[in-house]
Design a protein around this ligand. Structure first.
Ligand SMILES: *Cc1c(COP(=O)(O)O)cnc(C)c1O
Length: 355
């Protein structure tokens, strides 16, 4: 592919201290942009200095949230090379979100190449400290100005990058999760399976409520009956009951996580029993009471695997695996991060080396 035109930043930013990187607060010097209009289609791909976007007060985006995004990571291997984890799967999901939000699809192969060129330019920003990575955030925004509620004609694709630290500042530790009984994030026919801002707006109130009670994350139940477990804020959720790994099925209300899919693939390759089925909170509580609930963990790009030590459901607070990290979560975390950081073979062809 031809080189994407680059306008270089006049001054380069100092890099943050790698030993204290937080999630998503530092951004690199450049971003990739491309525009869409109905006549030209997607056009004018370019790499430019990272900076503000031209968004007017009357933008459809600001009022009606016609926008999608995705997120994945580039990792530094022991030899210093850089590799991306399943970028094709993430771009395919970006296009699925696009269809749901009436946004024109992108050419996935072209955008992957453009993304790679951006990361090559910014390679000094890929951190090397243990547990760190370069987070890649592609997004597509409606650019029309109009106060009528309608689909935009023009769009901007923007990809920007953020060096991120390990998700667990104090190491791989179980988290406390609050089950939302009043509010729901999604419902059949809604937007639940798209990575689009409305889903996160819907989650804010309950998440704040949980945070005030000392629970950093919310577990969402289904929107119809509020009985079936769906997912966590930005993670899919797994229960290990009698040795079987169980997670909610993809029926349109949860995000089809790439990490979820990777967990399924690994567990099957290890011949562990797995089930994608609807599971109620009552079943989870009963299994815990009977000593059959062995582990609970979330999975997503940011944390990879996040063990759950405590679940609060109404008045009931249950402790899982004595609040310790279970063997399935540990094994998955090690297997996934060993592949991502190039410390182990990549039997499923997940990694894409840069350059
Ligand atoms: C992004 C996200 C996930 C996890 O998806 P990954 O592809 O594994 O990062 C799960 N649930 C929600 C709501 C998300 O936004």
């Amino acid at each position: 592919m031809t080189q994407i035109p680059i306008t270089r930043a006049k001054t380069l930013k100092p890099h943050p201290d790698e030993s204290s990187l937080a999630f998503g607060v530092a951004f690199t010097d450049h971003m990739f942009n491309m525009d869409y209009d109905p006549d030209k289609g997607w056009h004018d791909p370019r790499i430019e200095p990272y900076g503000p976007l031209p968004i007017e007060p009357a933008s459809i985006l600001l009022h009606y949230a016609q926008m999608i995004f995705d997120g994945h990571k580039a990792y530094r291997t022991p030899s210093g090379a850089i590799q991306l984890f399943r970028p094709q799967a993430h771009l395919a999901r970006l296009n699925r979100s696009a269809r749901r939000m009436c946004i024109p699809e992108i050419d996935e192969a072209f955008v992957l190449e453009a993304m790679e060129q951006l990361i090559v330019l910014e390679q000094s920003w890929v951190p090397t400290a243990p547990g760190t990575a370069l987070y890649i955030r592609p997004m597509i925004l409606a650019m029309d100005r109009c106060l009528g509620v309608r689909v935009s004609n023009t769009y901007r694709l923007c990809i920007f990058l953020s060096p991120v630290g390990p998700y667990f500042a104090e190491g791989f530790k179980p988290v406390k999760i609050w089950v939302s009984q009043e509010q729901v994030r999604a419902f059949p026919g809604g937007l639940g399976e798209a990575k689009t801002p409305a889903n996160y707006a819907a989650s804010l109130f309950a998440t704040e409520q949980a945070r005030r009670e000392g629970y950093p994350q919310v577990l969402w139940l289904d929107g119809m009956e509020r009985r079936y477990v769906e997912e966590v804020g930005a993670m899919n959720i797994w229960f290990v009951i009698d040795g079987e790994l169980t997670t909610a099925p993809l029926q349109g209300t949860i995000l089809p996580g790439i990490t979820r899919d990777s967990v399924l693939t690994l567990a099957k390759s290890w011949k562990l029993p797995v089930a994608q089925r609807r599971i109620t909170m009552d079943e989870v509580i009963a299994a815990n009471r009977q000593g059959r609930l062995q582990e609970v963990f979330g999975c997503g790009t940011a944390a990879v695997i996040s063990p759950v030590g405590t679940l609060k459901y109404g008045d009931q607070v249950i402790t899982i695996a004595d609040g310790k990290v279970g063997p399935v979560a540990s094994r998955l975390y090690k297997a996934l991060t060993d592949i991502q950081y190039g410390r182990a073979d990549d039997p499923f062809g997940w990694m894409v080396p840069l350059g």
